[in-house]
Ligand binder design. Structure first.
Ligand SMILES: C[S@@+](CC[C@H](N)C(=O)[O-])C[C@H]1O[C@@H](n2cnc3c(N)ncnc32)[C@H](O)[C@@H]1O
Length: 272
């Protein structure tokens, strides 16, 4: 059963805000994941883009296979109705692509359904992330490959906490709504092994986000719980302090007048 009013869904309600916020990493990382699959995608593949967001993984798959003359069957799902609506409009002309609002903790697919599962930066948002892993393993077919990503380095995190410390020195640092181990290679490997995958390997994917002060504003939807109880005056300090933080942390500037923040993904791959 989907939960359109789930708090996590509202964190990622708008695909356009999400794309602004990310500064292009979803497309680059997705391309990297698809180029490094240990089981090639063929016309017979059945692929699951779990927690699809604005559709970066599905887009990367289509871009790669289209050149080879085919488009595989892809199921793209997300808890956020805004994201699913965006992806379904994007691929309206592609009968191979099916979209649906779905909770990763309770997948509505039969067991052994997919030859490839990609869950890019999604499962760690599940309150019951172990259920998210178990569900993906259940729907993975024998011989399939699954790729699950998380973050080792999130370049904007210290900037958010710089702002918090300036406005409310006694407030605790903001942390990702994710299990504490999600930054660690061994921890993400262990989660996959525990759920049943074999031959699990973890590699780092170096990327970046291009941030402007506008992107800083877009971040607010992700970190909104950090501002709970803040006055309007305090909230208004976010923009200028974000700019100040970028200078203090020596973040390299881009030619567009923004900053280039390092992001390092962990891509864990397992076989069933
Ligand atoms: C950081 S985005 C990643 C989106 C996309 N895979 C990408 O690489 O750009 C995380 C996505 O996970 C979705 N999400 C969070 N919790 C979820 C859940 N329990 N079930 C399904 N999707 C969920 C959010 O709505 C959001 O679209």
């Amino acid at each position: 059963m989907s939960e359109p009013n789930h708090p996590l869904a509202s964190r990622f309600a708008a695909a356009d805000v999400y794309e602004k916020l990310t500064g292009g990493w979803p497309a680059r990382v997705a391309k990297n994941l698809i180029a490094n699959l240990p089981v090639p995608i063929t016309p017979k593949s059945k692929i699951f883009d779990n927690c699809c967001g604005s559709g970066a993984v599905t887009t990367a798959i289509i871009n790669s296979t289209h050149q080879k003359g085919f488009i595989p069957k892809i199921n793209a799902t997300d808890l956020s109705p805004g994201m699913v609506d965006h992806v379904s409009k994007l691929f309206n002309d592609f009968p191979e692509i099916e979209t649906k609002i779905m909770d990763a903790q309770k997948l509505e697919f039969a067991e052994n359904s997919f030859s490839h599962i990609i869950c890019a930066f999604g499962v760690f948002f599940c309150p019951d992330y172990e259920a998210g892993y178990r569900e993906m393993y259940r729907v993975a077919a024998p011989g399939s490959v699954t790729v699950i990503t998380s973050w080792k380095v999130v370049g904007w995190l210290p900037l958010v906490n710089y702002v918090i410390k300036k406005v409310r020195p006694d407030q605790e640092d903001w942390t990702f709504p994710a299990p504490p181990g999600f930054k660690e290679n061994e921890w993400v490997k262990e989660r996959m092994l525990e759920a049943g995958w074999k031959d699990v390997e973890v590699r780092e994917v170096e990327d970046y986000t291009s941030t402007t002060s506008e992107t800083g504003d877009a971040l607010i939807s992700i970190v909104k719980d950090a501002f709970e109880g803040w006055t309007d005056e305090e909230k208004a300090r976010w923009g200028p302090l974000f700019v100040e933080a970028a200078k203090v942390y020596g973040i390299p500037e881009t030619s567009e007048g923004g900053w280039k923040l390092r992001m390092v993904a962990l891509a864990a791959t397992g076989r069933k």
